[in-house]
Design a protein around this ligand. Sequence first.
Ligand code: ATP
Ligand code: MG
Length: 429
Amino acid sequence: MSKSLQAIRGMNDILPEQTPVWRYFEGTVSRLLDNYGYKQIRMPIVEFTELFKRSIGEVTDIVEKEMYTFDDRNGDSLTLRPEGTAACVRAVLEHGITGGGQVQKLWYIGPMFRHERPQKGRYRQFHQIGLEVFNLEGPDIDAELIIMTWRLWGELGIRDAVKLELNSLGTSESRGRYREALVEYLSAHHDKLDEDSQRRLKTNPLRVLDTKNADTQAVLVEAPKMADYLDDESRAHFEGLKARLDAVGIPYVLNPKLVRGLDYYSKTVFEWVTDKLGAQGTVCAGGRYDGLVEQMGGKPTPGVGFAMGIERLVLMLETLEQIPQELSRQVDVYLCAFGEEAELAGLALAERVRDQLPNLRLQVNAGAGSFKSQFKKADKSGALYALILGDDEMAQQVVGFKPLRGQGEQQSIAWDALAAHLATCVVQG
Ligand code: ATP
Ligand code: MG
């Protein structure tokens, strides 16, 4: 195929055979979010570039090298959103829905765009389900986010394969003091740091902590620890969070090197990680950002949120073979009709059945065809039963009802009785 007719590298089609798993995942998450009292918000995919620079931070990987930025026809600089928090904060401020301390528990779903090196679990268009809570400052809500995801892993059957890592970054004051101490220490070992870390030492020193370079990691062993710089309030907040996770029985590991790539976090940060996906091990990540709303021009408003990567979680379901059996069947009943008159009667009959059984997955044969070819299509559709309308059935105003899987003889069912009969033999989702 010519190059222009291919999808862009790192941007994938999600094909019909994959969408059932996606919908199962999205359905499970959205039901859970509804049950915990979260409301969906939908933001545009494109925003002013300035929004991301101001919220994510100029010296982050995302803003420095991963954004899809372009000028539109008015000459405005626009960017395909690399994440959802910035747009969500922009939206709540623009519509005044967090004013006066109003609590908002919001979630969103959709594509995000980052110009990264595509590989398994890392794409240039990827999808997140994200969540943000505004105007709740205590550790109880941080705990709720984590407890809810823990329940999600349980429902999806992947709980044993994920691990919770936790850290506290403190308030911006305590983080500032820590940053100074870290810079002082790392500067004294400047020559032993890798090139990237030397650069980060000047621009975003906390990011040195999550380096993958072994030499730099060795230097970090003796580096000052964030925990020693935490202010009392952040310490109490962190203890409050841990107590709640303990109360529910959620295991976690403290990871003092967990700093997250975005500038806006404070106090709690966490990641759910797995060793089942190779290098791309983080499936859900988030934290508290009490300073962000103010930084973006709003009144001081505490915030906390997370985002999970749908591609990675779908990969997990596949890798761990946790895809429910029933997803493989998309059709319950397949109606075959032979001849024009039967086709017309079949259409009307199908609509009557659908009136009574709105959840029935009933497929009506299209494209006519011989007895043999329609039957083949019925079988291939995965349907449990075929309905047959031929000359004999038309004459008697009945429909042939034939089990396609397993035993059972074909029976004749009166048109009027069909919906009731189907209701007894097809378990509806
Ligand atoms: P990573 O360290 O893997 O690059 P991140 O810290 O950049 O992740 P976040 O911005 O916190 O990621 O996004 C939350 C989640 O979105 C990640 O934990 C991951 O599951 C998913 N995610 C992030 N970037 C990508 C990507 N390029 N492709 C697929 N999923 C992604
Ligand atoms: Mg990243």
